[in-house]
Design a protein around this ligand. Sequence first.
Ligand SMILES: Cc1cc2nc3c(=O)[nH]c(=O)nc-3n(C[C@H](O)[C@H](O)[C@H](O)COP(=O)(O)O)c2cc1C
Length: 185
Amino acid sequence: MDGKSSAGNAPVDVEQFKTGMRSLAGAVNIITTAHASHRYGMTATAVCSATADPPTVLVCINRLAATHDAVKKGRVFCVNVLRAEDWELSTSFSGAQSGEGRFRTRNWTKLSTGSPVLVDSLVSFDCRVVKTITHGTHTVFLGEVDQVLIGKKGKPLLYSEGQYAKLASLTLGEPLPEGLDYWGF
Ligand SMILES: Cc1cc2nc3c(=O)[nH]c(=O)nc-3n(C[C@H](O)[C@H](O)[C@H](O)COP(=O)(O)O)c2cc1C
């Protein structure tokens, strides 16, 4: 990287960018894959729905992460959305454990792509890679969803300001007014 923005402006200060990004609360997920008889997995918040037509998610993975090359070669991954009580699993999958050791606790199964699926996730999206975009240190993988496993009910695990957090509802459980459904447009 030459430190210049693509418009040629003075670059935004990276520390300022990182400080700003700490304010974005994100759902915590474990991205898994299987390649050449090995299982891989890592914690990730850079995950979102790309489009529902066709059902597609996108994940951003650092090119230095072990999971990166396995996804690139195997072209499959599964997004396992964590429940709040599973914050220790997030710690294991972000460096406290490595390799196969990350899968030593909990029950893991497989769906059609063969990627590890956490049985007690909130939900798991089993995906096949349809597009990749490399930008800077990361690759964006777009994955078309092959299968969805609705897991165990619970609250999502969040990450905000460098800490794990749990969701607190502001609307006392009332659903959004009709017509304001996120998917309605
Ligand atoms: C809450 C949290 C969110 C993270 N989100 C991402 C992410 O979206 N993309 C990414 O490449 N790394 C992310 N990481 C870092 C990876 O989980 C971490 O570097 C991991 O150890 C990489 O796997 P490896 O050790 O097998 O290379 C996150 C870490 C934490 C704790």
